[in-house]
Write a protein that binds this ligand. Structure first.
Ligand SMILES: [Ca+2]
Ligand SMILES: [Ca+2]
Ligand SMILES: [Ca+2]
Length: 368
């Protein structure tokens, strides 16, 4: 269900982006999205049947179709108004299922996962805001972490700590100060200003508007597949208050779902990052602690702080947080970059720059 929710959101925003700023086709977009979802369900069933026996592809397809028809019939008895729609979807699914059976047979021979990437840009269709444009949205380099000021994007090598400027953020509309960024496992970079959500090209900082934000976030991160969504990254916004929200794009609006909060009156200093197999960490302001921020490990499904790892004595305003295996990087408003050892809590300054850091991001799955 969550996968469909995110997929639906991206499909809807893709339609919007293709139409520029035109917001007058909402009904059509919803209809197309619904049909797509129905087709995907039927296609999945067919793929499973095909994998069982490629020699009986036709029989499997027929069985899948029968199952789909039965399901449609059951639903139809409950709501007669949906009967015609379900029947249409089943007929379309039958046609597409036959095509997909052939593709699946080929895929089985090569052993590649059956994830469609129509424009071959390395970002599968469900996670590609521009699934038919190989030049957008652009992807981050997997061996680097990213950090930014309110107006410029940078990279940092997680081992040499070399900081390099990519360029100034630009906006196709609704320009603003970037309060944080997040990177999914494919390298797609999302950014928030105080008012809006964007997807940005990490090659040049060019940001494309996605949606209005109902409230501001000083932290933004993806959490990896298997955390909230079994199969996909999930975009999370962290409010100054310390509350965590799941962000889903529907049309030109970012829909928020409250997941939880840090707890114990801790508020967000500025960011969270989450890497599969490594953990989920946040920089918080803790009542009674004034000589630094506190680095906490979090439950990524609720945001609740489950462990306190370190107090970054002498370093406050850690507005950006990123990391690597066994490394936590804090980027502060004073321009320093510190590394926190999650095992020992040791804090080490690794870079001192002239840039007032506002945020940071890293892939949810590190390069293998
Ligand atoms: Ca793609
Ligand atoms: Ca693309
Ligand atoms: Ca971030």
């Amino acid at each position: 269900m969550l996968t469909l929710c995110l997929t639906t959101g991206l499909a809807a925003l893709t339609a919007c982006s293709d139409d520029g700023t035109d917001a007058g086709t909402t009904d059509d977009e919803v209809g197309e999205t619904a049909e797509t979802s129905a087709t995907e369900e039927s296609t999945d069933t067919t793929e499973e049947s095909t994998e069982e026996s490629t020699d009986t592809t036709e029989e499997s397809t027929e069985e899948s179709t029968e199952e789909s028809t039965e399901e449609s019939t059951e639903e139809s008895t409950e709501e007669s108004t949906e009967e015609s729609t379900d029947t249409d979807s089943t007929e379309e699914s039958t046609e597409e299922s036959t095509d997909t059976s052939d593709e699946t047979t080929d895929t089985t021979e090569t052993g590649d996962p059956p994830i469609l990437d129509s424009d071959d840009d390395g970002v599968p269709d469900p996670d590609d805001p521009f699934p038919d444009d190989p030049d957008l949205p652009g992807t981050a380099q997997p061996n680097l972490v990213y950090a930014h000021t309110s107006s410029r994007l940078y990279t940092m090598d997680p081992f040499t700590y070399d900081v390099a400027e990519i360029g100034q953020f630009s906006f196709d509309q609704s320009s603003g100060s970037v309060t944080d960024i997040a990177i999914d496992r494919w390298g797609v970079v999302y950014a928030v200003t105080f008012n809006d959500l964007f997807v940005c090209d990490p090659g040049n900082g060019a940001c494309i508007y996605l949606a209005d934000l109902p409230s501001s976030f000083n932290g933004l991160t993806m959490v990896p597949p298997g955390t909230i969504d079994e199969d996909d990254d999930t975009l999370i916004g962290i409010a100054n208050s310390g509350s965590w929200y799941k962000i889903t794009v529907e049309g030109q609006n970012a829909v928020l779902e409250l997941l939880g909060e840090y707890g114990n009156s801790m508020t967000s200093s500025g960011d969270v990052f989450s890497i599969q197999g490594t953990g989920t960490y946040g920089a918080v302001n803790k009542p009674g602690v004034s000589n630094g921020d506190v680095i906490v490990e979090c439950d990524p499904t609720t945001g609740m702080a489950i462990d306190e790892l370190a107090t970054t004595v002498g370093y406050t305003s850690l507005y950006g947080l990123a990391g690597w295996s066994g490394k936590i990087f804090g980027f502060n408003a004073g321009g320093q970059v510190i590394e926190i050892d999650p095992e020992t809590g040791t804090v080490t300054e690794v870079a001192d720059t002239a840039f007032s850091w506002w945020g940071a991001g890293v892939f949810t799955i590190l390069p293998q």
